[in-house]
Design a protein around this ligand. Structure first.
Ligand code: NAI
Length: 516
């Protein structure tokens, strides 16, 4: 049960602590609950979580009918086409193997609710951009509208599973809405079942999860519902990896997991700033601390900061929760994780400007990678957006290449701050979306790695160098390139967390160089 490779911490998530939580008990995993059984599953929300999660459920549970519904008809049409709305390695194969058999994508939300015994809510819970808690609290309006729809439509009892990431006690609100509108003879149980997949490795994470978390009411009906959901996962997940606990612990565990992961990135990025000033090398420091089994070596790569739809949103959500709970010191602690992330992005783009002789106005900068990480086309909260916008503010021309992000998405993301552009045409004048890295780099002053796509490590940098303006600069924001080879080719190279260059431009650095 305890994974010896994971050190002492894994014991805390083991089955030994039955007082507070447990693995799915042996007698559980029953298909039946309240005299019913799970045959049809509905998932509301066909996004990065709902789509892959339910595709894997359908793939692993051929006897269940899984219907994923969404209010966005375009998204559903894409799920039913050859070009899926999201890119994830192996997702195509999984979807194609069961679509039309026991996996369906539909806009008919009501019908899917009516038929299902078990309903996942996987809708978006973005940071609120209005009203109370603006900029920090999670906006639960989509989750709430799902609860109201279920209450209105349902003609039989349902297990409602909160898969979206929500603040602690959200399940209570869903329960209240369902129970306030309940029809005679219908029962509801609301479970928390947060999703821990990471974009880019979603299918592998879903097929072989570290754990599945199910939180439920500590009543016999609640435990029956937990058991029914556990039975679905037990089709492919070993029982000891299915952890059950009370609903609030489960909800908080998701926020806590993302806060801890984000905190590691901000910690190593804070170290990278010290390294650049002192001459230490952040990769060496990361290796040294990562070999300590208490720390472990994952999530210790310095970079231009974390992105994605979750980390910032969930940490801010935690900050807001702490403030509401009158825990200002705890709120301030977690807020710093986000502050350091902003600092790191700004520090990197300032470094580009300073190294390019303190101005990028009218210079051309090639940006390689726009997605928030490799192996996804998702750009939500991508650090590349912030870095490009900062360079555009300074009057730079930027050429952008990303293997998976579409032109329209890049332009939409960059226009999120219209004040940067003094006329609507200015964005198109300053930004060129390129079909490959070589086109992006041609006639540019600098090449900036913003996403760690594997292909960027294997480019012909000799050819790239020959087509760039001199002195030619490379800024490696992801620590993926062979820096010594680049120096040998004649590039001036800047990397996060390490002093490398031995060239002329350091001489012209202003006293403010290296600071932000
Ligand atoms: P998403 O934005 O990709 O997808 C959400 C979908 O829900 C959209 O297609 C939207 O049209 C649909 N929707 C919204 N309201 C609806 C309604 N009332 N009825 C039907 N459909 C509705 O969001 P994503 O990334 O899938 O995230 C969903 C939840 O999962 C969020 O709470 C997120 O924090 C959480 N999560 C996300 C992860 C990720 O890597 N993206 C990982 C783990 C959790």
């Amino acid at each position: 049960m305890v994974d010896p490779t994971k050190g002492i911490n894994s014991e805390n998530t083991s089955c030994h602590h039955r007082n507070t939580f447990s693995c799915l008990p042996k007698e559980s995993g029953n298909t039946s609950f309240w005299g019913m059984s799970v045959k049809k599953i509905c998932c509301i929300g066909a996004g990065y979580v709902g789509g892959p999660t339910c595709s894997v459920i359908a793939y692993k549970c051929p006897e269940l009918q899984v219907t994923v519904v969404d209010v966005n008809p375009q998204r559903i049409a894409q799920w039913n086409s050859d070009e899926l709305p999201i890119f994830e390695p192996s997702l195509d194969e999984v979807v194609k193997s069961c679509r039309g058999r026991n996996l369906f994508f539909s806009t008919d939300v009501d019908q899917a609710i009516l038929e299902a015994e078990l309903i996942f809510i996987s809708v978006n819970t973005p940071t609120k951009n209005y009203g109370l808690g603006k900029g920090r609290a999670a906006d639960l309006k989509f989750v709430e509208s799902c609860a109201r729809r279920i209450a209105e439509i349902a003609k039989s009892s349902k297990i409602v599973v909160e898969k979206s990431t929500v603040p602690v006690k959200a399940a209570e609100s869903i329960t209240n809405i369902l129970k306030a509108n309940v029809k005679p003879g219908i029962k509801y149980q609301v479970l928390s079942n947060p999703e821990f997949l990471a974009e880019g490795t979603a299918i592998g994470d879903l097929l072989n999860p570290d754990r599945v978390l199910i939180g439920g009411e500590q009543t016999s009906e609640g435990q029956e519902a937990v058991s029914a959901l556990g039975w679905v996962y037990q089709h492919w997940v070993p029982r000891e990896k299915i952890i059950t606990m009370n609903t609030w612990s489960s909800e908080l565990s998701k926020l806590a997991a993302n806060a801890f992961l984000a905190q590691r990135i901000s910690s190593i990025n804070a170290m990278s700033a010290i390294c650049e000033v002192t001459g230490a090398d952040v990769s060496e420091v990361a290796h040294a601390i990562g070999t300590d089994s208490r720390i472990g070596n994952k999530f210790l790569k310095a970079s231009i900061g974390f992105g994605g739809s979750c980390f910032q949103k969930d940490v801010l959500n935690l900050v807001y929760l702490c403030e509401c709970l009158n825990l200002p010191e705890v709120a301030a602690y977690w807020q710093k994780v986000v502050d350091i992330n902003d600092y790191q992005r700004r520090r990197f783009s300032n470094q580009i400007i300073q190294r390019l002789f303190n101005t990028v106005t009218s210079k051309t900068i090639a940006i390689l990678g726009f997605a928030f990480k490799k192996d996804t086309g998702d750009t939500r909260e991508s650090s590349a957006i912030y870095i490009c916008q900062h360079l555009l503010e300074e009057g730079a021309h930027i050429n952008i290449y990303d293997p998976k992000v579409k032109k329209e998405q890049i332009l939409k993301d960059l226009s999120s701050r219209p004040e940067i552009f003094d006329s609507p045409d200015r964005l198109n004048e300053l930004v060129t979306i390129c079909p490959d890295a070589y086109t992006a780099a041609a006639d540019s002053h600098a090449l900036v790695i913003c996403t760690e796509w594997d292909e960027f490590a294997n480019l012909d940098y000799k050819k790239i160098y020959s087509h760039m303006l001199k002195p030619a600069f490379v800024f490696d924001g992801r620590l993926i390139l062979d820096h010594n080879s680049l120096l040998d080719l004649g590039f001036h190279v800047e990397v996060i967390g390490k002093r490398l260059t031995r060239d002329i431009s350091r001489v012209v650095r202003t006293p403010a160089a290296g600071s932000t």
